[in-house]
Design a protein around this ligand. Structure first.
Ligand code: DP6
Length: 328
């Protein structure tokens, strides 16, 4: 039977050494490399159905037509496949997330990674995984990392055409498992998206150059910590990178404040747990949610204690998961 739909799943990833800033906006090239972990449990599921009657792509997100700006973003993304293969096929794209969309939980990462894998199959597999990460990056920088599972590095690259700005796996998920608690402190969509926030920071922060210049040292230290399975170092570098990025955001003009009061309460709570000897740390992206990360052997006690913090709306418990893949 002729195949007429392609469905892929991908998981969000959480950066431990953060990406913030672009060296080329058109190709969406990052100004810094980054290192992340890919989650399991939370997922984007994206289906492509060729629609011969269409002259543009149609994008449905969580059951409703996406706003115009997102339609265009998807259209431009699928244009990359059309330009490369010479096939002028348009699609109905249906995507669902099993977690809040656009609230700083990396839905663009899992969404574009799933779309990249489904589109690759629909266009006859023109790209290998590394090339797919280059393609996914053009949808959203962090999406390049969700192509792979486990511990992943995204390279900044130097080439003007972006061919060396790809992601690759550092360790598969089972090589060094972690438990991640995604603590949702607000389900409202974030006010300033990552792209806009980065560009504003680059244009106005007096600290931006220092941020860029320090990143290679953080990446090297994190690579070493992962290789040596040194969790104390992972804690130290991750919180440093997270707070440095938020310091940078705060130093923009006007400053970007992504946190709420509960975000700050969780930071203090995690640090109090650490003072009691529990190996756990936090990281926060362009939103008020906090990801609390620990080794699996202390996960139950960390979860019990997080449940005591007033104001957390929801806690998702996940481990490390696989890269983006087709499911049919
Ligand atoms: C704070 O990948 O969402 O989560 O490339 O403009 O789509 P665009 O940005 P995006 O930025 C992610 C920023 C971050 C840190 C990170 O994930 O590294």
């Amino acid at each position: 039977m002729h195949k007429n739909t392609w469905t892929a799943v991908a998981h969000p990833n959480i950066a431990l050494v953060k990406y913030w800033g672009k060296r080329d906006e058109r190709l969406n090239l990052p100004a810094v490399g980054s290192i992340s972990i890919t989650l399991d449990t939370l997922e984007s599921r994206t289906q492509l159905r060729p629609s011969p009657e269409l002259t543009t792509d149609q994008f449905m997100i969580n059951g409703v037509p996406a706003p115009e700006a997102q339609q265009q973003r998807i259209q431009r993304f699928l244009d990359l496949f059309r330009a490369h293969t010479g096939k002028s096929q348009f699609f109905t794209v249906t995507s669902t997330n099993n977690f809040p969309t656009g609230a700083g939980l990396a839905s663009s990462a899992s969404g574009f990674a799933a779309l990249a894998v489904a589109a690759n199959a629909a266009f006859g597999n023109p790209f290998n995984l590394r090339e797919l990460s280059v393609i996914a990056r053009q949808g959203s920088g962090s999406a390049a990392r969700s192509i792979f599972g486990g511990w992943v590095e995204m390279h900044r690259g130097n080439a003007p055409d972006g061919t060396d700005a790809f992601a690759e796996q550092l360790l598969p998920p089972e090589a060094w498992p972690l438990t991640v608690f995604v603590c949702v402190t607000s389900e409202l969509p974030k006010t300033i998206g990552s792209t806009e926030g980065m560009n504003h920071t680059a244009a106005t922060s007096p600290y931006y150059t220092a941020w860029i210049n320090q990143q290679p040292a953080d990446l090297a230290a994190m690579r070493r910590a992962i290789q040596q399975r040194d969790f104390e170092q992972v804690i130290d570098i991750s919180e440093f990178s997270c707070l440095k990025m938020h310091g940078l955001m705060l130093s923009a003009r006007p400053g970007l404040v992504y946190w709420n009061g509960v975000t700050v309460d969780i930071i203090h709570h995690v640090r109090a747990l650490r003072r009691k000897g529990i190996p756990v740390f936090f990281t926060i992206d362009a939103g008020p949610q906090v990801k609390v990360i620990c080794l699996p052997e202390v996960a139950d006690s960390v979860e019990d204690s997080l449940k005591e913090i007033p104001g957390i709306q929801n806690i998702y418990r996940t481990g490390l998961g696989e890269g983006a893949r087709l499911i049919d």
